[in-house]
Design a protein around this ligand. Structure first.
Ligand code: SAM
Length: 273
C-alpha cells in the first residue's frame, strides 16, 4: 500500500468512527510514520514499509477510539514550538496562541520582563513566551504533578531550562513577585457543560478543564505579586469575557480590555494594576 492509498483507507475508517476531520487526521498519521510532512504525501508517494504499516495500524486504532490526534501523535505545534503532549496535559489550543500574542504585545518595550504563568500544563504559554522573548524570566506553577512532569520534559527538550522556573503548587502558592505580567489559561468549563463535549475533550485531564471562579481567584492573588502598572492576562471561555472583565474592574484593575480569537470570539481579558 502506498502512502496516498493509506490516507484514503484510513480517512474512510476514521469517518466511519465519527472523527470530525478524518482526511486531515489520516494525513497527519501517515506523515507521522513516514517522517515527512503532509505535503510530502502528495509530492512523493511511495509504498509503505511493513514496520510503518504496523505502527500506523496501532495509531489508527487509537484514533478510531476517539483518542485526541495530539495524544496519538505524542506532540503538537504551538506557535513556533513542537510540544510533547499526552493525557497528563491539556492540548494547547489556537486561542491560547492569541493569549500569548497579547502578552507579547503588552511586554513590548519592557526589558527583561518578569512573567508568571499560573497552570502551566504542557508548558505552552510559559515556553512560548520564553522562546519569543529571550530576555524574559518566567516562573510557572501547576497543581498537577503529572502536568509538571510534561512541562519539565518540554523545557528540557527545548533547552529552556535556565529561563523558566517550574513550581508544583496551588495557584500562586510559594511564588514571590514582583512580576510585570501574570498570565493564566485556567480551567473554565462548567461541570454541567461536560456532557456536551466531544469524546476527544473528555480524554483530557478533568483538572485542566473543569473549574469555576478561577479567574477571580487568580486576579485577586495576582494583585499581590504584580508590579504597579503590571498586567494580568486571562484566557476565558466563550461567553465569559464580560463577567471576567467586570470582575477585574471590581478588583481595581485599570485599562481592562478584551481580545478576540481568530473566530472573532472574545477569549482574552486583561487588566492593569
Ligand atoms: C486549561 S489548562 C492550561 C494548560 C496550559 N497553560 C495551556 O494553556 O495549554 C489549566 C492548567 O491549570 C492547572 N490547574 C488547575 N487548577 C490549578 C490550581 N489550583 N493551581 C495551579 N494549577 C492549576 C491544571 O492542572 C492545568 O494544567
Amino acid at each position: 500500500m502506498t502512502a496516498r492509498e493509506a490516507v484514503r483507507q484510513i480517512s474512510a475508517e476514521l469517518a466511519a468512527a465519527g472523527c470530525p476531520s478524518p482526511r486531515v487526521d489520516a494525513e497527519w498519521l501517515v506523515a507521522h510514520v513516514t517522517g515527512g510532512s503532509r505535503t510530502d504525501l502528495y509530492v512523493a508517494d511511495r509504498p509503505l514499509l511493513e514496520e510503518e504499516l504496523e505502527r500506523l495500524r496501532s495509531l489508527v486504532s487509537r484514533r478510531r477510539e476517539r483518542e485526541p490526534l495530539a495524544y496519538v501523535l505524542g506532540e503538537w505545534g504551538f506557535r513556533r514550538l513542537t510540544l510533547v503532549v499526552d493525557s497528563r496535559v491539556l492540548i494547547p489550543r489556537p486561542e491560547t496562541e492569541v493569549l500569548v500574542e497579547r502578552c507579547l504585545e503588552l511586554l513590548e518595550g519592557l526589558d527583561n520582563p518578569r512573567v508568571l504563568d499560573v497552570g502551566v500544563g504542557s508548558g505552552a504559554i510559559a515556553l512560548a513566551i520564553a522562546d519569543e522573548r529571550p530576555d524574559a524570566r518566567v516562573v510557572a506553577t501547576d497543581s498537577s504533578a503529572e502536568a509538571m512532569a510534561v512541562a519539565e520534559e518540554n523545557r528540557r527538550r527545548l533547552a529552556l531550562n535556565g529561563r523558566i522556573e517550574l513550581r508544583h503548587g496551588d495557584l500562586l502558592a510559594g511564588v514571590h513577585g514582583p512580576f510585570d505580567l501574570v498570565v493564566s489559561n485556567p480551567p473554565y468549563v462548567a461541570v454541567e457543560d461536560m456532557p456536551q463535549l466531544p469524546p476527544e475533550v473528555l480524554r483530557e485531564p478533568r483538572g485542566a478543564l473543569v473549574g469555576a471562579g478561577r479567574h477571580e481567584l487568580i486576579a485577586v492573588a495576582a494583585r499581590g505579586v504584580l508590579e504597579s502598572g503590571g498586567f494580568v492576562v486571562l484566557e476565558v471561555g466563550d461567553g465569559q469575557a464580560q463577567s471576567v472583565a467586570a470582575g477585574l474592574r471590581a478588583l481595581g484593575y485599570e485599562e481592562v480590555a478584551t481580545t478576540a480569537d481568530l473566530a472573532g470570539r472574545e477569549r482574552v481579558v486583561e487588566g492593569r494594576r
